[in-house]
Design a protein around this ligand. Structure first.
Ligand code: HEC
Length: 125
């Protein structure tokens, strides 16, 4: 191997090393930001549920204990619905249940399996 080739290899190393380091740090940082966003919904929301509430944008209108566009999860839980009834109400809202709020648009984009998980959590609050 000639000296000039060794130098070129070394130069490549100099360029690639910081790039590698940057990538190693970038990935966990993104994960951290995501986890923090989910936790920001409140310490009472398990991370898995928080992720679903973000994914289906429920969290833009519902927070754990404060009123946003929609009632808080705590206030909804206080109605003591069954899991099945919650699933029904999310797919086909009944705005008369919340006269002081605007009507919720039917959340038909949420797969049943995920909605079951959200409902199972709501009945346990
Ligand atoms: C654009 C705002 C908005 C979004 C997004 C939203 N909601 Fe709502 N939600 C409301 C409002 C307002 C109410 C009260 C009025 C109503 O029920 O129509 C409500 C009521 C509810 C209720 C109580 C229903 C009842 O009759 O007591 C549940 C349960 C609920 N939302 C779950 C969800 C879930 C789960 C998601 C995400 C898949 C979601 N919401 C997304 C605004 C929203």
């Amino acid at each position: 191997m000639s000296i000039s080739r060794i130098i070129t290899k070394a130069q490549k190393g100099i360029v690639l090393l910081p790039l590698g380091c940057a990538l190693m740090f970038a990935a966990p940082t993104q994960q951290l930001v995501r986890t923090e966003m989910i936790q920001a919904q409140g310490p009472d929301i398990p991370v898995e549920i928080g992720a679903l509430l973000s994914k289906y944008t429920c969290s833009s209108c519902h927070a754990f204990s404060t009123k946003l566009v929609g009632p808080s999860w705590k206030d909804i839980a206080a109605k003591k619905y069954t899991k099945k009834r919650i699933v029904e109400l999310v797919y086909k809202p009944s705005p008369g249940n919340w006269p002081t709020y605007p009507p919720m648009i039917a959340q038909t984009n949420v797969p049943k399996a995920d909605l079951n998980k959200i409902a199972a959590w709501l009945v346990k609050i």
